[in-house]
Design a protein around this ligand. Structure first.
Ligand code: SIN
Length: 301
């Protein structure tokens, strides 16, 4: 495939674009990276179909966008790559479909199948994620994306003024509590304590986006019921069809999304009988969005 012909074709509904004419088994150069990066910055989700690429190639092209996050647990990493996450119902060592009651898979699935923003429970959010399909189910298992920048833009001015300076607490444990899963061990919890994030994120391009997702525990300083209602209201607003794109996977798809202005979720499939294996690389963000860290009431008292 000639890289010179590469171009971005915006989707006609929702948002996002397909990049055609780019072959990921070939190294990127300044020109092809420039085209890809421009489409990524403009469209929030970009799709490249019909690709073949090794983990090494995925790491190499992902790094053009910035340093990559590590995935600490070896059983979640692709063989030999700390920076490649297996998003899958297939066990790494046995190559078999995981039992339905596998605790790790259950919590991973419950986490990814709810609307979320990657790494929002960390002080430094990730910039982008790149997901490459290696095995896909015959039906289902799509990924839904919502553009929280377009959603913010469409809010009434009074709502924008009301929420512009709100701070929200994101906590990994919240997802577990909501899904009735046991807490993680104390040492793991201590490594990812709750974090403060703005509800409205100021983007580098001068625009704004809602920062939402399942890791939200509560709005700082707000009555808990009001906080729940506000987050539910904004989430419902952001996932309206005009702000969403549903990706139906084909083998060899590479989908890249901008975690600064989108959130996403995985959709159901027959995970007891059908294999689904995607490899994800995640481009790290460069700084925390708020200077002031979270201080728990327990440590203030
Ligand atoms: C993810 O949230 O990173 C994975 C989404 C998916 O499995 O479709």
């Amino acid at each position: 495939m000639s890289q010179v012909q590469a171009q971005a074709r915006p989707f006609s509904t929702g948002f996002g674009a397909e990049i055609v004419g780019l072959d990921l088994s070939q190294p990127l150069n300044e020109k092809t990276f420039g085209l890809w990066n421009e489409a990524f910055e403009e469209h929030g989700v970009v799709v490249l179909r019909g690709q073949t690429c090794t983990d090494e190639q995925q790491v190499a092209f992902s790094r053009w966008f910035g340093p990559l996050e590590d995935f600490p647990d070896p059983k979640d990493q692709a063989h030999g790559f700390k920076t490649v996450l297996r998003v899958s119902n297939v066990e790494k060592h046995t190559d078999r479909i995981k039992p339905i009651d596998d605790a790790g898979h259950k919590s991973f699935w419950l986490g990814t199948s709810d609307w979320h923003t990657d790494s929002s429970y960390r002080p430094v959010l990730s910039k982008a994620s790149l997901l490459f399909s290696r095995e896909i189910p015959k039906a289902g298992g799509d990924t839904m994306f919502a553009h929280t920048g377009k959603a913010y833009d469409a809010l009434p001015p009074a709502k924008k003024a009301e929420i512009d300076d709100i701070v929200v607490i994101h906590d990994f444990e919240e997802t577990r509590r909501r899904n009735n899963l046991p807490s993680r061990p104390e040492a793991v919890r201590k490594a990812t304590p709750p974090v403060r994030q703005p509800l409205v994120r100021r983007l580098e391009n001068g625009r704004k986006a809602l920062l939402l997702g399942s890791h939200i525990a509560y709005v700082e300083g707000m009555d808990p019921e009001k906080s729940k209602v506000l987050i539910a209201e904004l989430t419902a607003f952001a996932i309206q069809p005009q702000f969403t794109y549903r990706h139906q996977w084909r083998l060899g798809d590479l989908v890249m999304w901008d975690n600064r202005c989108t959130m996403h979720r995985a959709m159901e499939y027959d995970m007891q009988n059908e294999r689904r294996l995607l490899h994800r690389t995640t481009v790290a963000g460069d700084k925390a969005l708020l200077a002031q860290p979270f201080v728990s009431q327990a440590s203030v008292a």
